[in-house]
Design a protein around this ligand. Sequence first.
Ligand code: HEC
Ligand code: HEC
Length: 335
Amino acid sequence: MSGKGKDSLLGNKIAAGLLTAGLIFWGANRIASIVVPSEAPKTPAINVPGLQTAAAPVVAAAAGLESIIPLIATGDVAKGAAFVQQQCAACHTLTSGGAAGVGPNLYGVMGSPMFSGSFAYSDAVKDKAKGNWNYDNINAWLAAPMTFAPGTGMSYAGIKNVQTRADVVAYLRTLSANPLPLPTADEIKAATAAPAATGAPATAAATAPAATAEAAPSIDTLFATADLAKGKALVMQQCAACHTLAKGGAPGVGPNLYGIVGAKSFSAPGFNYSAAVKGKAGATWTDDTLSAWLENPMGYAPGTMMAYPGIKNAQTRADVIAYLNSNSDKPEKLP
Ligand code: HEC
Ligand code: HEC
């Protein structure tokens, strides 16, 4: 046993420790309240029509995210598997005992401790490793990895369509000798009843997954405000790695896109299209069909080789289509 002197010394140390901790806590709170305004501005400073409010993507993406819980039981495992093969398998192995690649092996990931496999995880995800992967946290992670864990090593834009996320997770759960149980009726009820349970701010409505590919509204009204320069910049950045755009350009990973608006779909001579799009070949690319394709290539032609998640913002699609239309000998008359 320790003597009295040591005890009171220990007492002093504890008191000093508590005081220091208190000061640090107080200081941190002060700093946080200075750095982070407690309330978002009521109206965005700049209001560009058609541009989604880029000011609050973090809050909106996390809080307004539609739950996959009601969709898991009916999720299409085959579609999920095809999607994962196409978009994830370049970085992740899926078989039991598979080696880590660019990312960790995903066998048995559902229900397992987060970011805890044998893999050199980035620092960005280390403090997100709280508990096990469940239907809620995997939903948020796959919707927007960089929002979930800014700086993550998973350079993947995310899956915006809630049904696609559900299909992918329905598939991931099968990669296990002992799959995570499906959501219970009560959990489904809770998820359906309270989509805003996480305190979704009003702005979240803007990013709510209301318009899916199936019910995509026409973008006809958006060409009047289309910005060719923006469309061109996006195409150079996101499409030109796979597509040439100049007249007579050679096919790359994808076919040449000169004169594509108004052309016969999936019919460029000399390009070897995937079986997935053959059934859709020979129609005419209109602004509406191109819009549906570019919004969600995998939804439009499941299994397509075009490994591109799609352009969710309708005005951005209009910008891109207006630019593609201008890149032609005889541009079509857009609405
Ligand atoms: C470009 C490579 C890349 C792509 C594509 C990719 N991932 Fe990842 N993934 C990673 C990396 C790297 C990590 C580790 C994250 C870190 O350390 O920041 C990761 C982590 C994960 C984790 C967490 C695993 C664990 O051990 O807890 C899951 C789940 C996951 N990815 C699923 C997917 C799914 C599903 C897709 C496709 C829809 C996908 N990933 C696409 C690279 C990728
Ligand atoms: C990772 C490579 C890749 C990226 C990135 C990509 N594409 Fe594609 N694209 C393809 C492939 C491959 C096909 C052929 C689809 C098939 O055979 O399944 C295709 C087909 C197309 C078609 C149909 C062409 C035809 O002959 O009818 C259009 C239009 C198109 N892409 C536009 C775009 C636009 C616009 C972007 C950028 C917003 C883009 N693509 C990004 C690879 C890509």
